[in-house]
Design a binder for this molecule. Sequence first.
Ligand code: ADP
Ligand code: MG
Length: 579
Amino acid sequence: MSVELQKRPESKAETEEQLTDGFHLLIDALKLNGLNTIYGVPGIPITDFGRLAQASGMRVLSFRHEQHAGNAAAIAGYLTKKPGLCLTVSAPGFLNGLTALANATTNCFPMILLSGSSEREIVDLQQGDYEEMDQLAIAKPLCKAAFRVLHAEDIGIAVARAIRAAVSGRPGGVYLDLPAKLFGQVMNATAGAESLVKVIDPAPEQLPSQASVKRALDVIKSAKKPLIILGKGAAYAQADDVVKSFVEKSGIPFLPMSMAKGLLPDMHPQNAGAARSLVLKESDVVIMVGARLNWLLSHGKGKSWGEPGSKKFVQIDIEPREMDSNVEIAAPLVGDIGSCLSELLAGMGDQFPAAPDGWKSAITTKRDANTAKMNQRLGSDTTPMDFHTALGALREIMQQRPDAMLVNEGANTLDFARSIINMSKPRKRLDVGTWGIMGIGMGAAVAAAVETGHPVLAVEGDSAFGFSGMEVETICRYNLPVCIVVFNNNGIYRGTDENENGDGDVAPTVFVKNSRYDKMMEAFGGVGVYATNRDELTQAVNEAMDSGKPTLINAVIDENAGTESGRIGNLNPQSVVKK
Ligand code: ADP
Ligand code: MG
């Protein structure tokens, strides 16, 4: 009898089928592909998924709003070349995350938005389910690819397709629709394990054709005033050594786009950033490396680009359709940055045309004059601080801390910081990107800290900070080494606008005067500092960067400082009709 009793559980285990379910298959599929961090907001129907993912050893970071979780996932994708994961609930949560997914796609950052959704049968008959929405249809036009998974046995393939779509070719955002019922679907564990796919070589090298390399070499060799423009695609590619060799061996001056700053150090002798107007206007051959001729470069034409027809463009991009998007590209090189530049280097041998000394010295002269002018302004020590006083302090700090990550958004705070704060290492600067949007700040800061482990300095306009400000709680909750400096000038652009109708409301661009953003951080146990001058700001930032404690410094900025829309005021129509 007792022998039989002892034997029974064993024999039961032998016959009982081992099962898995949608929850576990999704977790296993992600982990199998090295995706171990999820940024999201829990809720129906993905709450238990988050719990189980965490229990399985994944890092699950919960935010206060999906858009910021999505922005974090996008930045994680940019920094790691693996799709960042964002997890949202259905309908409203999905829509909040969708903004970040669209932004990631626009910026060519790989990310996957995993969203729970309502039951297909009810959604398709529009019978009014909880948070009913045809999410797949809505996501499709806003991202690179969108898939829905209905059966647990398809989860492995779906994750594989999502990863490939996100990182191969031009990277972008992918939507994965996960109806609530999928998670609970049960299947045989062995069959489940066999259904998973480990994606081999998710972003294969893409070699340019030999003919296109020869064509590019011919154009480059003909140059008298060549210029290289480095974009964030080049930073993303992580081909840092090849980029450096190409620039240094060629001796060609380079201009970094904002997130490509630091790919080569900003202090590099060939950096023409401080002579930007001159090089755009006067160059005769422009080599675009992972940068687009969009609004950020005046579409490659118009006054800032000098005489029409005075330039030839060589463009290196992984996306063939980028060529001729705005102007004729004389030599398109379609392929990944590393492969294309390696081919050019090999083809050039030692035959790079020495960019004429006159061209180089004209740039150096202009650059040095502009830099000297700027340095003079940066030494200023006004109270209240203006942008130059505050940013002069932050520039020194960043120079001493080359590994620190910089997040930057705002209008004037963005424009001034971009040109004032030098970067000395690749992929350290995260900002508003291709759309120039506000609200990326705290999502980017969280991802920067989580993915790199380095301290993060977030330089934020007071308006820009407001979009994601509640995430200071997230930063405190995970005790992340993030130091936020809010440039508080009492409003959008400036704090001095007046309401002309006298109804007692303030002007649409004005906030509560003398707000204490530092108290927000204190509310969650972080360090809050109220800084009114350069010394206080310097000391507080250094302390935060040393301690790694979540810190928010309210930097009081003269409310008269700042111009309408910063440097892109030309894009903001102004009425000339007086009524
Ligand atoms: P920026 O704003 O810095 O000018 P963009 O985002 O406009 O940069 O341009 C980045 C470009 O880089 C995009 O056209 C994208 O297709 C391209 N790109 C992204 N990754 C790679 C890569 N690995 N190799 C080549 N091109 C890439
Ligand atoms: Mg402001």
